[in-house]
Design a protein around this ligand. Structure first.
Ligand SMILES: C[S@@+](CC[C@H](N)C(=O)[O-])C[C@H]1O[C@@H](n2cnc3c(N)ncnc32)[C@H](O)[C@@H]1O
Length: 613
């Protein structure tokens, strides 16, 4: 401004900007800091001028702007006035740009205020981002219940006016504007965010994505933009001009800051411009990730899911006291529960899953219709049960963290019956992350025990059972002769149909056969058979060693979509590949060494909420 119109023009420009700038903050502390910093900034710009009144408010951004003003006592009138002003801004003042660093809080169901709840019997603004059932990603929609997503939805509602009619009945008008947030990056490719990405592509002309965490999850603290945030962080700027056709997807561009210390990232940010040639175009499918498409050999690798007839969640116990490092503790905890005479205390000790403050999935008064396959069946409510605990069994709690569980369907919120139906000493389960490619360490782990839903490394994932039955004869993987995947698993020369490989009882080439074959893969078989957990590690088997090579390739892309973020491990493939033929078979002690980032086993959390008598 000074260079353009002279120093005399600065005070008026600052005053005009101040009148257009509005700030919302819910807490008094951060509000005071923001106010002080703005005043200091303005003072630096107009040292002799009068600092204008700032339009900063202590308010809940997500609150209902259509709510009737409550009657507050005279002494609280300043608060009432502030509330009226912010509601008027939220309802009626046109806003062209929203920028922010919204709070991040997962599992924030019930904390999204009006954005999540809506009002007057109308749909909530967040409903617009709920994926339709036919997309088959509903199970992931819970990830929308995150504070930063509520803020994204609030800002798009306010700036672009999307969903205004559905949430208020008001007429929608064509609006131009910009939303720019720095936030965690889950929405860039998470399946639960497909509708959000679809809506942003329909609402905007251009979307720019800056990957601030090229190091991936839980990087070194010195590399993080926000030192306390271990999740990948991104800056996303979504821009809409007038006359946007909802049938033309926005152009999405992506750029990653350099790996290294955060100072280097800030320096790169300072140099980056929207006109830079450094941006990479992302695919334009409505629901596609806001990430560049994978390319080269990586993109051609089959996805783990393609090898299996079934994959599902592991066991979701819903209460930690039914899991322990030893079976005796479990029996004592059960005894303590059954010995409790007071019904209310018993319910508390049970730790029921609450839904709307009432016991949900499992509670002490709930009778069930079926027990877990292969385990003692008790159908009556826990409150009527005075017997000793159903005999605990070993449990695949985490990779290399084998614990015990009470196999009682009355105690497990979501037991996933498919996994129990086929459970036997002959069974093997693979667990792997879904929609995330490991940036280091193994791509999957194997276990012979029924696995927890967080078995892979404490952060969700899928379970792929090798067998559909207890005798381990009905494969759950697609490797039959008749299957085209047979060509992938056993390419010419490797003897599709088991040449050189074990042919197992049911007469087709199969994964188990391959595991037992006299190849380097046989080492898997030994460990699996002896009931050890083991991992398929960061190695590359010798080229053309058949199944092991192909599985390794496939498994390095678990759950991957063609447009998945290319992980650091893929970028490093050439160096990995040069370490020829070295298998990494790890047992518990070396899991960390192998790079498997398990969360620290929650031993403390597993300690009984029911104290041992
Ligand atoms: C990640 S911090 C960002 C703070 C500051 N803007 C910055 O960039 O350093 C998120 C801020 O949002 C505020 N906040 C959280 N929920 C809010 C809400 N419902 N309405 C308004 N502000 C909220 C928090 O108090 C916190 O100060």
């Amino acid at each position: 401004m000074e260079g353009d119109q002279g120093a005399g023009a600065v005070p008026a420009a600052v005053l005009a900007a101040a009148s257009r700038l509005i700030g919302f903050e819910i807490q008094f502390g951060p509000f005071a800091v923001a106010q002080l910093r703005l005043i200091a900034e303005m003072h630096a710009l107009i040292p002799t001028g009068q600092i204008p009144d700032l339009r900063l408010y202590v308010t809940d951004t997500l609150g209902n702007p259509y709510v009737e003003d409550e009657k507050l006592a005279q002494i609280l009138q300043p608060i009432a006035r502030s509330r009226r002003e912010t509601n008027a801004i939220k309802r009626g003042e046109p806003i062209t740009v929203v920028i922010g660093n919204p709070p991040y809080k997962e599992k924030a169901k019930g904390r999204g205020g009006w954005i999540e709840q809506g009002s007057d019997g109308r749909g909530a603004p967040l409903d617009r981002w709920m994926p339709p059932a036919e997309w088959g990603v509903g199970v992931h929609a819970e990830h929308l219940k995150n504070l930063y997503v509520y803020f994204w939805r609030w800002a798009t509602w306010k700036v672009f006016g999307t969903g205004l009619h559905a949430s208020t009945g008001l007429e929608e008008t064509d609006k131009a504007g910009i939303v720019c947030f720095i936030s965690v990056a889950g929405f860039l490719n998470g399946p639960g965010f497909e509708k959000m990405r679809d809506d942003l592509r329909r609402s905007c002309h251009d979307i720019w994505v800056i990957d601030c965490s090229p190091e991936g999850h839980q990087p070194e603290v010195a590399t993080r933009i926000f030192q306390a945030v271990q999740q990948p962080v991104c800056i996303v700027l979504a821009a809409r001009m007038l006359n946007k056709s909802p049938e033309e997807p926005a152009r999405v561009r992506w750029h990653a800051l350099p790996e290294g210390r955060y100072e280097e990232k800030f320096a790169a940010l300072a140099k980056l411009s929207l006109a830079s040639t450094a941006w990479t175009d992302c695919p334009d499918g409505w629901r596609d990730p806001f990430l560049p498409a994978a390319s080269g050999a990586w993109a051609s690798f089959p996805v783990l899911k393609e090898f299996f007839l079934y994959d599902g969640s592991g066991i979701m116990p819903g209460r930690t006291w039914i899991i322990a490092p030893d079976s005796e503790s479990l029996k004592k905890r059960w005894l303590r529960l059954t010995a409790e005479k007071d019904a209310d205390k018993k319910e508390l000790l049970f730790h029921p899953h609450l839904r709307n403050n009432a016991p949900g999935d499992k509670h002490v008064r709930k009778a069930i219709s079926k027990g877990l396959a292969g385990q003692e069946e008790r159908l009556q409510p826990v409150i009527d049960d005075q017997k000793t605990a159903i005999e605990p069994i070993r449990y695949g709690f985490r990779s290399f963290d084998r614990q015990w569980i009470i196999p009682d369907a009355r105690l497990i919120n979501q037991p996933n019956p498919t996994l129990w139906d086929s459970l036997s000493p002959r069974h093997v389960y693979l667990t792997a992350p879904e929609y995330r490619t490991p940036t280091a360490g193994p791509a999957l782990t194997f276990t012979g025990l029924v696995p927890d839903s967080h078995h892979y490394n404490g952060r969700g994932g899928r379970v792929y059972p090798l067998w559909g039955d207890q005798s381990a004869t009905q494969p759950k993987y697609q490797a039959h002769d008749a299957d085209p995947l047979g060509e992938i698993l056993w390419p010419a020369g490797q003897g599709r149909g088991c040449d050189g490989l074990h042919r197992c009882g049911h007469g087709t080439s199969c994964l188990h056969g391959a595991l037992r074959a006299r190849s380097r893969a046989a080492r898997f078989a030994c460990s699996v058979d002896s009931r050890c957990d083991l991992i398929c590690g960061g190695h590359r088997p010798r080229p053309r060693s058949g199944l092991a090579t192909l599985l390794w390739r496939a498994l390095c892309r678990p759950g991957g979509k063609p447009t998945e973020r290319l992980p650091a491990s893929a970028k490093r493939q050439s160096s990995l590949h040069s370490r020829r033929g070295r298998h990494t078979l790890s047992t518990g002690a070396s899991a960390r060494h192998a790079g498997l980032r398990c969360r620290k086993p929650k031993t403390a959390a597993l300690e009984s909420p029911i104290p041992a008598p």
